[in-house]
Ligand binder design. Structure first.
Ligand code: AMP
Length: 277
């Protein structure tokens, strides 16, 4: 489907049959991480809708909107083998007609971490996700823990706006060497691809150390920063946050928490996070 009207017509018919509908929003260039969301939806929902929309509003002018990988045919084949029932691929002006004037913004949760390094990014995300959730009116919408801050922000907006949808989080899918799958990994040169798994390795080592010694936050963060830099990764942030509230943890891990990081490797920005257990 390429229009909101067609999407609505199909989903309304399904809902008349009282079947549960799941939505998987993506920006395309699909990989096994996206497929894990489709599979999670498949297990809980009789009908699964995926959306593919490279949302211009969540890219800053300096970012990679123009070069973001687009592979519609390959994406459709993957979704077909994963038994998705419907794919929604709106054009930019279907989502944003020229006089589009509304912004959905979540305060607080969006201020640190990626929000501090990507001006306007989360406003773009929350605006498009709100539209997709209202367009599809699915029972459940699936988001990856890979973008952990995004998952928390989307949960908050759904709650704050009383959207009748459950936001489900799906664990991060990784390559054998630990690198989190990402559409942006195709940007990495062979040399960068060799360096990239150090991000997951360092996050895992910080998370493991803090699970054993919860009071060693400052020491472990300093150690993590050193290790990332030695591996050739330039750090946007490396932080410990409480899992539910995203409150910073600077001294000692008490509530369930995560270690989260964003780094730059050449022109590519990588993000990842791990639970401290
Ligand atoms: P994107 O197409 O990058 O906007 O991602 C669409 C959805 O897939 C988001 O909810 C992401 O968090 C999720 N996702 C991306 N990469 C992964 C991964 N490696 N594992 C699990 N979910 C992922």
């Amino acid at each position: 489907m390429r229009t909101v009207a067609d999407l609505r017509k199909h989903i309304a018919l399904w809902r008349k049959g009282e079947v549960r509908v799941g939505l998987v929003p993506t920006m395309g260039a699909l990989h096994q991480g996206h497929m894990a969301l489709v599979e999670a939806a498949r297990t809980e929902c009789a009908r699964v809708v995926a959306s593919i929309f490279v949302n211009p509003k969540q890219f800053a002018p300096t970012e990679d909107l123009g070069s973001y990988p687009r592979r519609e045919l390959a994406d459709l084949e993957m979704l077909q083998s994963a038994s998705a029932d419907l794919v929604f691929i709106p054009a930019v002006d279907e989502m944003y007609p020229p006089d589009f004037a509304t912004l959905v913004r979540v305060d607080g949760l969006t201020e640190g971490l990626c929000g501090a390094h990507r001006a306007g990014h989360f406003d773009g995300v929350t605006t498009v996700v709100t539209k997709l959730l209202i367009q599809a009116l699915s029972d459940i919408a699936y988001f990856g823990e890979k973008d952990y801050q995004q998952l928390m922000v989307v949960r908050r907006l759904a709650r704050d706006l009383d959207l009748p949808v459950r936001i489900a989080g799906v664990p991060t899918v990784r390559e054998a060497d630990g690198l989190a799958l990402s559409s942006r990994n195709v940007y990495l040169s062979a040399e960068e691809r060799r360096i990239a798994p150090n991000l997951a390795r360092v996050l895992r080592s910080v998370a493991t150390a803090l699970a054993i010694q919860p009071g060693a936050v400052a020491r472990e963060l300093a150690h993590g920063v050193r290790e990332l830099r030695e591996a050739g990764l330039e750090i946007d942030y490396l932080e410990i946050r409480e899992e539910e509230t995203l409150r910073p943890v600077t001294v000692s891990v008490a509530a369930r928490s995560r270690v989260l990081a964003a780094v730059r490797l050449g022109n590519t920005r990588l993000i990842d996070n791990m639970p401290i257990r």
